[in-house]
Design a protein. Structure first.
Lengths: 239, 239
DNA sequence: TAAAAATAATGATTAAACCATTAATTTTTT
DNA sequence: AAAAAATTAATGGTTTAATCATTATTTTTA
């Protein structure tokens, strides 16, 4: 008898919550469906209003339900979108303390992977868009600190464009919150200026043409180097 | 005036929830601190018990609070741990439908990155442990379907060991939920058997020695191939 | 026909109990 | 004096029964 679980002292709210959640996950209720009204749920589940409402509040917070007030209102099963998931993960990540180096290690791998897939899959139109991004990046030169901030913003737009190009939900759900949090971080700690802007653009001037020429190795190499420079900058930032 | 927000018709529960949440995020309450008792919160916030409890339930679900019953009990501010985050992301991923191919693309990149770092950083003791895992994997041969299931379990233990070796929170938070969900998936869809077990082990018999010899490229190559085989298996599974 | 008013369904909130759990304290027993 | 048992008090958990607020639908009125 290897694993015995302690008979969980599960509360009524937890019981009710998981009953409803499982009903949803098992497909008894589908996105768009309405749960029974709170008064009905009391009867069905044999729990009081307070208990039912606590459960519904939890499931709403989890993103499984949305609520509409008034006649014909109620608790409706929500279509789980990557958008909601990204939001949740972003919130979670805001509480996590990660060193710049750790994050770099991860991003270097994943973003290299991202840009490799982009290099394989970008359509001619996509590549044209990427060249446009390069122009917008170059326009940040000669504008000092605001230029640097604008650069980071455009870089992140470009990365999101890449996520769309490769059309992979997992990459999207993992990278978007990281990108957004970094954007947020950059707004508060305004490191970097003219010189850093020029350096970054020099990398993009290697990356975009390499994508155009479908040269995966070069793309991956410079994507990693760009992130490395960025990490070094963060490590040495003043404050 | 670029962005105007609609005056939100914010509910009392939302109001109370965000008041408490902000107090926590602003550091008025620190991890380990106890919130005032529910009865006190009613007075402080001028809301009824039901309202206060709904808010606390939401914040508990968010992972900001943990509750202890009885005398000296109460709602305590939680230290955000990767464990809680992993759990939340795992739950989120359960709701997401991802194709085997999409997941493979992502895992191939990230796990190759993981094993590259392992190859760079594993201590002699770590490598000894990895050889032990290889022995345990080999012991799954000749046991049919149960052997295959056991194999997957040990593989995932091995991956978690690798996460410990590289000591990187981001890798940990991203990969653990994926590994756990797959474990779960494998429990329901029992594809694979003797033949697949042998094939998988053949890969590990290349990977582990390559780690020992600090041969990053070989490691990355076979890690990817192993995942590719696994993906193909999932794509063609009977049910 | 169009506007206004009433209706009914449903979520939101309150109030006042009482139950259950648990750490600390007090009493009893050995 | 030490150990065991009973008591107490603080706190979360749950119930019940109202009442308020919002909104789609229906009915009435001008």
């Amino acid at each position: 008898m290897p694993k015995l679980k302690k008979a969980k002292n599960i509360s009524l709210v937890e019981n009710v919550t998981s009953q409803i959640e499982n009903a949803i996950l098992d497909g008894e209720y589908k996105p768009g469906d309405k749960l029974p009204s709170t008064r009905e749920l009391q009867d069905i589940l044999g729990a009081s209003l307070g208990t039912v409402r606590e459960s519904l509040a939890i499931l709403e917070q989890k993103g499984l339900l949305e609520v509409r007030k008034g006649a014909r209102g109620g608790f409706f099963i929500r279509k789980v979108s990557t958008k909601h998931m990204i939001n949740s993960i972003e919130m979670l990540m805001r509480h996590m303390v990660i060193s710049h180096r750790e994050l770099y290690e991860f991003r270097a791998t994943v973003e290299a992977g991202l840009f490799r897939l982009v290099t394989q899959r970008a359509s001619d139109d996509d590549i044209k868009d990427l060249w446009d991004y390069l122009e917008r990046l170059k326009a940040c030169i000669g504008k000092g600190k605001p230029g640097w901030f604008k650069l980071i913003q455009i870089e992140n737009e470009l990365r999101k464009k890449c996520l769309i190009i490769i059309d992979n939900r997992t990459y999207e759900v993992v990278l978007t919150p990281i990108i957004n949090n970094l954007q947020n971080y950059a707004q508060y700690h305004r490191f970097g200026g003219e010189q850093e802007t020029r350096e970054a653009i020099a990398f993009w001037e290697k990356i975009i043409p390499a994508i155009d020429q479908r040269d995966e190795e070069t793309v991956a190499k410079f994507v990693k180097e760009l992130l490395y420079r960025f990490m070094k900058l963060l490590e040495n930032k003043p404050e």
